[in-house]
Design a protein around this ligand. Structure first.
Ligand SMILES: [Zn+2]
Length: 108
C-alpha cells in the first residue's frame, strides 16, 4: 500500500529541514541513494520559497510508487523539482549555474 502524506498537522520549513509534507519524500530519496545538502540547509529564495537541494537526480517513479500524493504536492520532472504548494517549499536537484535569489551561502 502506498504511504499517504497527511495534510494536517504540519510544520513549515525550518532553517534545516523542509516542511513535514516533504520530509517523508526526502527520507525515501535518501534511503535510495540520494542525499540532501544538509550543509547548505534550506535556501530561502525570494522568488521560489524554501528550497532543499539534493545531490542526485530525483527518482520521480520511486516517489510515485511509494506515495499517494495530495494535490498540493507537485512534481515537476522537467525542472527536477518537487514542490509543496501549501508551504511554498521544495526539493530540487543541484544544477550547476542555478542562481538563487538569496544572500545565503550555497555550498557548490
Ligand atoms: Zn508542506
Amino acid at each position: 500500500m502506498k504511504q499517504k502524506i497527511k495534510e494536517k498537522p504540519y510544520k513549515t520549513a525550518t532553517k534545516f529541514d523542509v516542511c513535514t509534507h516533504l520530509q517523508p519524500i526526502v527520507k525515501v530519496l535518501e534511503d535510495n541513494g540520494n542525499a540532501a545538502d544538509r550543509l547548505t540547509g534550506i535556501i530561502c529564495d525570494k522568488g521560489d520559497g524554501n528550497i532543499l537541494l539534493v545531490e542526485n537526480e530525483i527518482d520521480f517513479k520511486l516517489i510515485e510508487n511509494h506515495f499517494e500524493l495530495p494535490d498540493f504536492i507537485v512534481m515537476n520532472e522537467q525542472k527536477s523539482r518537487i514542490v509543496c504548494s501549501k508551504c511554498w517549499c521544495s526539493l530540487e536537484k543541484k544544477v550547476t549555474g542555478r542562481k538563487f535569489n538569496t544572500s545565503q551561502k550555497i555550498f557548490y
